[in-house]
Design a protein around this ligand. Structure first.
Ligand SMILES: N=CN[C@@H](CCC(=O)O)C(=O)O
Ligand SMILES: [Zn+2]
Length: 415
């Protein structure tokens, strides 16, 4: 495939060389070219420029983008999109006033999803997950991290990760997998968290590594789930196998998990709906990336990650969806961007940076995606004709994406 997008109203996130993680004030800098062209060959961005310097080559197909904005696809660095069935009954419980913890105590929550997943065949799990992946691609996602954690047995955790790996093989976009065996304590362990962590580390992890099923490791560090000592054991076990850690932490409580994660310099700390000044100081001493999941805050009605506070402290921000059946039954990154602007008071520039280039760093695909850079994959979004890029987060709930290219291949086929 060799084609040129021409007359692009504005080409966003144009970066000439390997970029750095954007922190503090730098998050506001979104480099763009107005009235631009973009040349894609063999699935790769080969060149771009302004129309005034464009030299027509009639041997190359050109696609007119008058009035349209072009940007790199969203990078979703935190999802659980491989899962079985749904949890609408808990949704109704939630409407009636039950909290996340009360629903879990009633037998709902993660263990409910684990039960469904254990009873679902690998083929069926793949079928359900593929539909979700196709859905988010059509919504503009062009790289995705997928966690296990709804298996909670060796066989079921490996089933999840194999499904994620098959998605990686069948779809030509960067997919990274994370082993989250320590997501919740299975009932059969009768409250014995230590015994389960032993099993995760000594039984599950070696098998996962042996079959090359995971790029990262994760643990739900939260009261009622896993404590600091469990979290530390998981991070250290990951290090032994060269799996960087991405930690679920500070979703409901700040009790030292962030300090621990930052001191271990994990790749990312995700959620952070509850974030103390002390936590911020620990983050400042590390290279750990803070990842906000605003759709989870929206759905559960919990605080939003204080992005402004992170930015004022010269820290980076990453935005991701957290697509999962319990706390965030949506993987729509456009909605994430809207929430970041509307609820977290991020500017459109900050939100777009946080969901593209910074997010690429949070899943270690910064050399492949996240910006319009020569040599990167041509994973790009073409909008409908719109007034400006701020219109994307502003017009929340509407779809303004006309086409999504993955490695230069159009993904939306209008009949
Ligand atoms: N908080 C932990 N894990 C998921 C939700 C899990 C669930 O409720 O199924 C999350 O990131 O929100
Ligand atoms: Zn999550």
């Amino acid at each position: 495939m060799n084609f040129i997008l021409v007359n692009i109203k504005e080409l966003l996130q144009v970066r000439t060389s390997a970029s750095k993680i954007l922190k503090g004030k730098a998050l506001q800098d979104l480099p763009t070219l107005k009235n631009a062209w973009l040349h894609i060959e063999n699935g790769i961005i080969v060149d771009y420029g302004e129309m005034k310097d464009f030299k027509i080559d009639s041997s190359i197909k050109s696609i007119d983008c008058t009035g349209k904005i072009v940007l790199p696809t969203w990078v979703d660095s935190h999802t659980h999109l491989v899962y079985a069935g749904n949890r609408e009954s808990e949704f109704v419980d939630k409407i009636k006033g039950l909290s996340y913890a009360e629903i879990a105590a009633k037998g709902g929550g993660i263990v409910n999803s684990a039960q469904q997943l254990q009873e679902t065949s690998e083929e069926e799990l793949y079928k359900q997950s593929k539909i979700r992946l196709q859905e988010v691609i059509a919504q503009g996602t062009g790289a995705v991290e997928i966690k296990s954690g709804y298996g909670l047995t060796t066989a079921a955790e490996m089933k999840m990760l194999r499904v994620a790996k098959k998605l990686q093989e069948d779809f030509d976009l960067p997919i990274k997998t994370t082993f989250l065996g320590a997501h919740a304590l299975p009932k059969k362990f009768n409250g014995n968290t230590k015994a389960y962590i032993d099993e995760v580390i000594n039984k599950m992890l070696p098998k996962v590594v042996n079959e090359n099923l995971a790029d990262f490791i994760d643990v739900f560090c939260e009261k009622g789930y896993f404590e600091l000592e469990d979290t530390e054991r998981i991070i250290k076990a990951g290090k032994k196998y060269n799996l960087p850690a991405k930690i679920h932490v500070n979703q409901f409580t700040s009790f030292g998990g962030l300090q621990l994660s930052a001191e271990e310099n994990v790749l990312s700390v995700d959620h952070l709906e509850v974030l103390t000044d002390e936590d911020i100081q620990h983050l400042k001493k590390s290279t750990t990336l803070p990842v906000a999941l605003p759709s989870c805050s929206f759905y559960l009605g919990i605080p939003y990650t204080p992005a402004r506070k992170l930015i004022e402290n010269d820290l980076p921000v990453v935005l991701a969806s957290d697509y999962n059946p319990g706390s965030t039954p949506s993987g729509n990154m456009n909605f994430v961007i809207s929430l970041a602007c509307i609820k977290m008071k991020m500017t459109p520039e900050e939100a777009i940076n946080a969901a593209t280039i910074n997010a690429a760093f949070a899943m270690q695909v910064e050399n492949e995606v996240g910006s319009i850079t020569k040599g990167k994959r041509a994973n790009i979004i073409v909008t409908q004709p719109i007034h400006s890029y701020a219109f994307l987060p502003y017009s929340f709930g509407s779809n303004h994406i006309e086409q999504v290219y993955i490695k230069g291949n159009p993904q939306i086929h209008n009949s």
